[in-house]
Ligand binder design. Structure first.
Ligand code: UD1
Length: 429
């Protein structure tokens, strides 16, 4: 298993290219199941989760080709995927494939909408509390699906096709909104989705579906309406910039000090997080190229933050913020309102010298003046990158074990950081 060795204490200076968003690329790839024509996705990040979803889609009969490089493109630009689901050969998504990535469960919606049936294993994914799928199943039922659970599988049927309906989510769910959009796009009649997730990745999916011929209005607001169509066509779409990767590197610079331009980043995708990073004492400026983050000299100020659905502070940046304020001059409080149990990074940050106490869904972080390198273990995707950030600011050597979690969500992390002056080295095996 690969490990990453980091020698901390160096500021970050330079430019980091921001990749396409993993959390947009995954539902967009899944949307290819909705049409027998080709869907071309540009700016897809090279990540383990993307490769895993390619295998899952292959199993349903989707041909996935990787476009060649065009003149002027480097190997570091995002890849172009050409997905063609001309014929769906299998409507079952087996446990061995789905258990490794939660988002793959979402194939349920397009399979059901296009084929009238789907059998999908209940999901696995990051170990961050119980992550049920009851609301996703409720949404499918509201569109006329019959659902059974059998042997660890969700078996969904709509022999006469899905019908539009009213879906009212009692709680904001990104996955629930994605599957509702995909299913409603091909249902007969109109669908209204109330209390929809407003995340930029929802807007990106809706934009792509509309290019494919869907009739979706209101994506990005809490009320989305969909007028079903009988078939969708192919389209070409560029994946939106990754706001979580953007926020992660912004926090790394806010922690180590230095001056970095996050090229291709879009401030509007993560304004609440940028505001918090500004409150900690870093200068954050939106530029023509992206976002510039700098901190020179001054210390890190403590903050009080609660995670919330978009446009609030994202739960996917909670661990990274905790790393950042572990060296603040004062006491910070971070409340996690989206997931129970998303504090596995606390123990590992403590190994580097952070002082954090937990009370229910709130962490109290007493800033310390120095962190010291240590061996640590990555436990989930976002937690593992918080350890990397802390290690960049810690004295001496940190060995981050089990980095496969990082490879699921961060493209070329060590290259991007090394190019800005960090000492980060991957040790294979
Ligand atoms: C997505 C993101 C993930 C992010 C999360 C919240 C992807 C691939 N993943 O995950 O990175 O952390 O949004 O921004 O885009 N819930 C239920 N029942 C359900 C579904 C969800 O109770 O059927 C609950 C969850 O347990 C959680 C909350 O709703 O407490 C939000 O989860 P949701 O937005 O659905 O997260 P994901 O779509 O899985």
């Amino acid at each position: 298993m690969d490990r990453i060795r980091i020698i901390g204490g160096r500021p970050l200076n330079g430019t980091i290219q921001i990749s396409g968003a993993k959390n947009a690329a995954l539902p967009l790839m899944i949307a290819s199941l909705l049409t027998d024509q080709m869907l071309v996705l540009e700016n897809v990040p090279r990540l383990a989760d993307v490769a895993q979803l390619q295998r899952i889609l292959n199993n349903h009969g989707v041909d996935v080709m990787v476009g060649g490089k065009r003149p002027g493109e480097s190997t570091y630009d995002g890849q172009t995927l050409l997905l063609s689901a001309a014929r769906i050969v299998d409507t079952t998504a087996p446990y061995e494939l789905v258990s490794r990535m939660r988002a793959s469960f979402w194939v349920l919606a397009p399979l059901l909408a296009r084929m009238g049936e789907a059998k999908v294993s209940l999901p696995g994914g990051c170990a961050i509390g119980t992550r049920p799928v009851d609301l996703l199943l409720m949404a499918m039922e509201r569109l006329g699906a019959e659902i059974e659970i059998d042997g660890g599988y969700v078996v969904a049927r709509a022999p006469n096709g899905l019908r539009g309906g009213e879906i009212v989510f009692p709680k904001v769910t990104v996955g629930g909104t994605h599957v509702a959009l995909m299913a409603a796009a091909l249902a007969q009649g109109a669908t209204v989705i109330e209390n929809a997730a407003r995340e930029p990745e929802i807007v990106d999916l809706a934009d792509c579906l509309n290019k494919m011929g869907a009739k979706i209005e209101g994506a990005g607001s809490a009320r989305i309406t969909v007028e079903g169509v009988s078939r969708l066509n192919g389209a070409r779409h560029r994946v939106v910039a990754d706001r979580i990767e953007t926020g992660t590197y912004a926090m790394a610079v806010a922690m180590t000090g230095g001056d970095v331009t996050l090229q291709g980043a879009q401030a509007g995708l993560l304004q609440s997080a940028l505001d918090v990073i500004g409150q900690t004492g870093a200068d954050v400026t939106a530029t023509n190229e992206g976002i510039r983050v700098a901190r020179n000299g001054g210390g890190i100020r403590p903050v009080e933050v609660t995670t919330d659905p978009f446009p609030g502070f994202p739960t996917d940046l909670q661990a990274q913020l905790m790393a950042l304020v572990s060296r603040a001059s004062g006491i910070s409080k971070i409340t996690e309102s989206i997931f129970e149990n998303r504090f596995m990074h606390v123990q590992e940050l403590a190994r580097l010298g952070a002082r954090i106490s937990l009370d229910g869904d709130t962490a109290t972080i007493e800033g310390v003046s120095r962190l010291k390198g240590a061996p640590v273990m990555a436990t989930d995707l976002r937690a593992s990158v918080s350890l990397v950030i802390a290690a960049l600011a810690a004295e001496g050597e940190t060995m981050v074990n089990r980095v496969y979690h990082l490879d699921r969500g961060f493209e070329r992390l060590e290259d991007k950081l090394t190019a800005c002056g960090a000492s980060v080295e991957r040790l294979s095996g």
